[in-house]
Design a protein around this ligand. Sequence first.
Ligand code: DQA
Length: 144
Amino acid sequence: MKILVIHGPNLNMLGQREPEVYGSVTLDEIDAALRERATAAGATLLTIQSNHEGALVDFLQVEGWDADGIIINPGALTHYGLALRDALAMLKAPIIEVHLSNVYRREPFRHTSVVAPVATGQIAGLGWRGYLLALEWLLEEGRT
Ligand code: DQA
């Protein structure tokens, strides 16, 4: 199984960035936890973080076609990233949209996701463990 983990803008700053909102766990720690679980399950994990929408689109165009599952936290691109949304829409793999914070309890601009209509499901507000829950689901239900 090949699983993609995609982190959008500013998520490289986790640990330092508004820890009261996003927690104190770093992106490297999240990726390491995901990799450990994926490896134990015999799955291959490819991860990317970029502050640039085009870099995420490029990655999906190369790696997305034969992916069996995609975990994505698009960061602020969630709310307006139509090129990212279209790149995801092309693919067959199930897509889980993850947010560390409960975006629906925050500012109104965070209540809209342009990614949600092309995602299989969404996890929001469960902190870094949301990524692990998404991975568990994909290991059970992802395309094989
Ligand atoms: C976020 C929520 C977004 O609104 C925000 O722009 C982020 C992080 C989250 O994980 O809670 O960068 O996706």
